[in-house]
Every structure is written in C-alpha cells, then in structure tokens.
Ligand binder design. Structure first.
Ligand SMILES: Nc1ncnc2c1ncn2[C@@H]1O[C@H](COP(=O)(O)OP(=O)(O)O)[C@@H](O)[C@H]1O
Ligand SMILES: [Mg+2]
Length: 221
C-alpha cells in the first residue's frame, strides 16, 4: 500500500512543559512495494516516525495518507482497526502479552485482524515454524530469551499478511545467523504480499541488504 507523508511534525512536551521538536518530515512517498531501510542516530526520531506511520502516535502537524485515507484524521477506534488489518509492526521492545503463550500471542493478532480462530492458529503455527520456534510455541514470553521473543514479535507482525510492515530494529537481539534468517523471512513475506517495508536499523550489515536507504536527517526541512 502506498503511503504519503506531508508536512509532518511531532513535538513532545518535556517535564518542564516545554515543547521539544522530535520529528520533522517535509515529504516522504512510500510507493507500493517499496522496501526501505531507515537510519539515523539514537534519539533522531526513528521509532517516533514508525509510531506515526502505524497511527500509534498522532503527529502535532501534517498528513499521513494510506491511499485516500489520512490516518491522522481517523477516530482512535477506526485507526486501531485499520492498523490491525493493514500494518504489521515489529516493536523494538517486543510488546508481547506475558499471560499468553508464543502461539497465542501470534494467533490473537490474527483474530484482531479479522481471521477466524482456526485460521489464525494455523497461520501462527506456520510462522512460528518459519522463525524456528516450533518447539517453543507453548512457552510464555517471560521464559524465552530476548532473541526468541523478538522472533515471536516478527511472526506476530506477519500474521495478517499486512500491506505495510514496520520493523523497529528487528534483529537487534539476534545473532548473525538468526538475523539473516529473520531478514530473509521478512523480505520473502513482504515480496509475496507486495507489501511496503520500512525497517529501522543501526547495524551496517542489515543496511547493506537494502538498495534503498533513507537517512532521517535528510527528510527534514
Ligand atoms: N512519549 C514521549 N514523550 C516525550 N519525549 C519522547 C517520547 N517518545 C520519544 N521522545 C523523545 O523523542 C526523541 C526521539 O525518540 P525516538 O523516536 O525513540 O528516537 P530513535 O528511535 O531514533 O532513537 C528522543 O529525544 C526521545 O527522548
Ligand atoms: Mg528507536
């Protein structure tokens, strides 16, 4: 799905009540099927940009259009449904539900996205297999290594065959071999679905896989 950003500004309020600018993107067009690697220093606003793209953070100013829909203007409940259906998000901090197993964490995202219970479980099982976690599907996140949790997060992001995949440092907790497998899986699923991918990284070897690299500081005014 094509995304257009125009005149985007995000400011957060600091503890003294002062507005701090954290993101300034004049124009960004993510065409259908574009696969882009987003880079920038720590604190440059990479996570904030992904949050805005996912409709998790409402920008102070500007438009974020998915086709004809400006998601910044949608009521919150509609935006949540839109995200569940169209966007796969790999969180930097995983955000797994601690009371659920790995399989349930992935499957529940499928049901939020509109799949029936059986379909969601089937697809969750397949994806956990593809990230090398068949043997851990009944484990709770608290008993898994960070690398395992990261792979559950990646399986969850792909369960609804999203049109847009947003991945925030998806390989940060993985060793080189696992990182390569996971990146290959992300690329494969994104190609299959002709989805748009925005992947944030600070790792050189991840960046080298992309022909399309955007530096956040070049997107400002
Ligand atoms: N909810 C928030 N409230 C206030 N400041 C925030 C909030 N989220 C992020 N920030 C600040 O915004 C800046 C950009 O953060 P972030 O998008 O996480 O950067 P990056 O992912 O590039 O490291 C940082 O200075 C951070 O401290
Ligand atoms: Mg970040």
């Amino acid at each position: 799905m094509a995304i257009q950003i125009r005149g985007l500004e995000v400011r957060f309020r600091d503890t003294r009540g002062k507005d701090v600018p954290v993101l300034d993107v004049k124009q960004l067009d993510l065409e259908d099927g574009r696969r882009v690697c987003l880079v920038g220093g720590s604190g440059s606003g990479k996570t904030t940009l992904l949050h805005v793209l996912a409709g998790i953070v409402t920008p102070t100013k500007g438009e974020v259009r998915y086709g004809d829909v400006d998601i910044t203007k949608l009521p919150e409940a509609e935006r949540d449904r839109f995200r569940a259906k169209n966007v796969g998000y790999v969180f930097q901090s995983f955000n797994l539900l601690q009371g659920l197993s790995a399989l349930e964490n992935v499957a529940i995202a499928g049901t939020f996205g509109g799949q029936g219970a059986h379909e969601a479980r089937d697809r969750a099982t397949k994806l956990l297999d593809r990230v090398g976690l068949s043997h851990r599907k009944d484990a709770r996140p608290g008993t898994m290594s960070v690398g395992e949790q990261q792979r559950v997060g990646i399986a969850r992001a792909l369960v609804n065959r999203p049109k847009v995949v947003l991945a925030d440092e998806p390989t940060a907790s993985l060793d080189d071999e696992r990182a390569d497998e996971v990146l290959a899986l992300l690329e494969e699923v994104v190609k299959e679905e002709k989805a748009t991918l925005v992947l944030v990284t600070h790792e050189q070897r991840v960046r080298e896989r992309f022909s399309d690299v955007l530096d956040l500081k070049e997107l400002g005014r």
